[in-house]
Design a protein around this ligand. Structure first.
Ligand code: CTP
Ligand code: CA
Length: 227
């Protein structure tokens, strides 16, 4: 899709996207992470920039190239992502939390490489803060907040629960157990979950087209908030 065909309906909007998986340090050479490729978030950032938005992408680890005309800020851990997002939140018109944030981190991260002295070892984990839920408590009436829900079962029920718990305006639910959806692949199969609306089920689409559909939804929600 060439830029000149792109609609400019996000002109001047400030959009923050998070993408990729976080890395939770065990020691200087080891960490816990997940299978997120960052593709969905990068597609969103690229598409929003092409539609005229000022886009900041707070990115965990990915192997993707930075999208054109997007300000990329790299972070490693959930705690670092939390700090960056909270710092940038007040100036945003929309926030899209496509990152796969680790739910737990090691209680201590060793400053030297851990040696294999024991036959068994246990790593104690502690809960990370929920970035999206914190955004939900801080958001203004005009800000549009979008989260994802990666589920393997009871997708829409779980997603509806997350929408309420995190005070989001839209949850993009995807069934990661389906082929052609979720981690690593170039397509996704999603449902849009909004307060007081029936779920909107989209067919299997390229992540780039899913991104455009999510941005359409954000523009609609924003209009309904300011109207
Ligand atoms: N999320 C977040 N901070 C976390 C965990 C999740 O901001 N510490 C965000 C994700 O970026 C995503 C949404 O919350 O937009 C849902 O993430 P998900 O892992 O599906 O939900 P959880 O609330 O972590 O619940 P669970 O993993 O138990 O299903
Ligand atoms: Ca989680």
């Amino acid at each position: 899709r060439a830029i000149f065909q792109q609609k400019q309906d996000m002109q001047g909007l400030k959009v923050l996207v998070t993408a990729g998986g976080t890395r939770e340090r065990i020691d200087p050479v080891r960490y816990l992470t997940n299978d997120s490729s960052g593709k969905m978030g990068y597609a969103l950032a690229e598409a929003a920039a092409q539609r005229g938005a000022h886009v900041t992408l707070v990115s965990g680890n990915t192997s993707l190239n930075p999208p054109p005309n997007v300000k990329v800020i790299s972070v490693e851990s959930a705690l670092q992502m939390y700090d960056k997002v909270m710092e940038l939140l007040p100036e945003q018109d929309a926030v899209i939390k496509a990152a796969a944030v680790a739910d737990y981190r090691p209680a201590v991260s060793a400053d030297k490489k851990i040696k294999k002295t024991k036959d068994h070892m246990t790593i104690e984990l502690v809960r990370n803060p929920d970035i999206l839920a914190e955004i939900g408590t801080r958001k203004t009436s005009k800000q549009v907040i979008v989260g994802f829900a990666a589920e393997t079962n009871d997708v829409e029920t779980n997603a509806m629960d997350k929408l309420r718990r995190k005070n989001a305006d839209l949850i993009v639910a995807n069934d990661v157990s389906k082929e052609g959806a979720g981690f690593g692949v170039d397509t996704n199969i999603v449902s849009f979950i909004r307060p007081d609306q029936p779920p909107r089920r989209l067919p299997q689409m390229r992540k780039r087209d899913v991104a455009e559909a999510i941005l359409d939804e954000i523009v609609t929600i924003r209009t309904s908030k300011s109207g």
